[in-house]
Design a protein around this ligand. Structure first.
Ligand code: GDG
Length: 457
């Protein structure tokens, strides 16, 4: 069995912490343990100056390797090109995407430095699996240093339509870099098609067969691998004593009120202001919900160095303040907005205590929260999921109540319908979604990707 080398911006956690952190870490750690391997990426630390020092932690057959970033590299690579250029652009926010050549140079510089650092630790038979938008040029850097190993890439966020991508001045350089991999994986079929359309329209590339595209003198495999969660494990977590305790405490606080829940990293792609407005519209249009229905929004802050993330927080505090001021009662707060994170068990309990899961991103590669909400439900009396059609997850969870998050009225209607959905309908929908989550779980995602990367050995 070939050794696996995983490259991602953040590394770990491993051991017990991996279970607490959830699906992705567990899936990668399992694969690394099974075949032995390296997991390489940024330590999360920023030093004053660049240093090529690698920190190494051995965990049985698995080795974690991390490097610090210099302040300059952090600003250009992470806060700059990754999070102020690629993240908004790939989520169709051309208006927020800022291009700065120095940031792009920094992005390439960090990819080159990381590739250089990994190079002496690679073995000829390694399978290399690179993750996400931080490391698009990683393989091209390794190839330029003479690496011939099989390399695969998985993009966790959407791949935009060519008309959007070409607004980026360096679009060709990025796509050319992707052709250094042997396999490029996307979350959904539309992402895969967007990539192929770009190759055909912009580079004169050729579709070879269902899974292969040729461009820049290379043929690569291009496939969709929808990421899943550790479904059984999450369902067990939600039924565990710790989660139940949270569920009971929640019910005590609610005094018979019904809860709608949203859980998202605080990010402008998640459609939070639109969601709050749709909830306000629910209270306006269907006054019977006043005093009886609460929206709890958990939104831990992220990327606080980027200004757009501060703006969204202020906007949300403004809207929830207005709605609460307008409708609130001494014994009922319509929107409970919590800006810090919860432990995983508590989160599972909160999902289970909520009659409706409200997941309305404006664009999302997959969205694991939607999947976790479903897995956490009581099989005897499950809640209903309201899900944006623009989340990758909507392609699998088509038994959810699917909404367009830009349609305030429509989301309010979907909420009203979900709050009143009869139990037999909730059960039917839940069984259909759970069936899919059990079949297409995170192990399948990882195994399918690795099988495609190995190819015919
Ligand atoms: C990217 C793509 C794709 C959130 N709040 C808390 C908490 N979380 C956990 C959730 C979930 C994870 O964070 C968020 O995952 P999502 O998939 O919803 O979104 P992104 O962070 O944007 O992830 C996305 C994903 O990569 C995987 O490929 O699905 O499309 O954007 O697991 O539970 N966890 C805890 N406390 C919180 O307060 N413990």
């Amino acid at each position: 069995m070939r050794r696996l080398v995983v490259v991602s911006n953040r590394v770990g956690p491993v051991r017990a912490a991996a279970k607490a952190a959830g699906g992705l870490a567990v899936a990668l750690v399992d694969a690394l343990r099974e075949r032995g391997g390296l997991w390489f990426g940024w330590s999360g630390k920023v030093g004053e100056r660049f240093s090529s020092r690698i920190e190494k932690v051995e965990e049985g057959p698995l080795t974690l390797l991390t490097m610090d970033l210099s302040q300059e590299d952090f600003d250009a690579y992470y806060n700059g090109f990754a999070n102020q250029t690629l993240w908004p652009l790939f989520h169709y926010r051309v208006d927020l995407s800022q291009f700065d050549r120095a940031h792009f140079e920094g992005y390439n510089r960090v990819n080159a430095r990381f590739a250089q650092a990994l190079l002496p630790r690679l073995e000829p038979d390694d399978l290399i699996w690179v993750h996400d938008y931080h490391f698009i040029p990683f393989a091209s850097q390794l190839r330029s240093m003479g690496c011939e190993q099989r390399m695969g890439y998985f993009l966790h966020i959407p791949f935009p339509a060519p008309e959007i991508l070409v607004t980026l001045p360096v679009h060709d350089s990025l796509v050319r870099a992707l052709f250094s991999y042997d396999l490029v994986g996307f979350q959904t079929e539309p992402d895969r098609i967007a990539f192929i359309n770009y190759c055909v329209q912009e580079t004169g590339g050729r579709i070879i067969d269902d899974y292969h595209v040729e461009a820049f003198g290379r043929t690569i495999q291009v496939r969709a691998f929808p990421i899943g969660i550790d479904t059984e494990n999450f369902a067990e977590l939600a039924a565990s004593a710790g989660a139940k305790d949270r569920c009971v405490r929640m019910s005590d606080v609610l005094h018979g009120q019904i809860q709608i829940i949203g859980v998202d990293r605080l990010d402008y792609t998640k459609g939070l202001p639109e969601r709050f407005r749709a909830f306000e519209r629910l209270l306006e249009n269907y006054p019977e919900n006043r005093g009886g229905v609460t929206l709890m929004q958990v939104a831990p802050t992220s990327r606080t160095d980027v200004e757009d993330y501060v703006d969204i927080r202020n906007e949300l505090e403004g809207i929830s303040g207005n709605v609460n001021g307008r409708f609130g009662e001494f014994d009922w707060t319509p929107i409970r907005y919590i800006g810090r994170s919860f432990g995983r068990k508590a989160l599972a309990g909160l999902y289970r205590a909520s009659k409706v899961g409200l997941v309305t991103p404006l664009r999302d590669g997959m969205n694991l929260v939607a999947k976790e909400y479903v897995a956490a439900q009581d099989p005897e009396n499950p809640g209903a999921l309201v899900l944006s059609r623009f989340a990758g997850a909507a392609r699998q969870l088509d038994s959810a109540v699917i909404v367009n998050p830009f349609d305030t009225e429509g989301v309010a209607e979907a909420l009203q319908r979900s709050l009143r959905m009869p139990r037999p309908e909730r059960l039917d929908r839940w069984h259909s979604m759970m069936g899919c989550l059990r079949r297409e779980n995170v192990d399948k995602w990882r195994n399918d990707f690795l099988a495609a990367l190995r190819g015919r050995e």
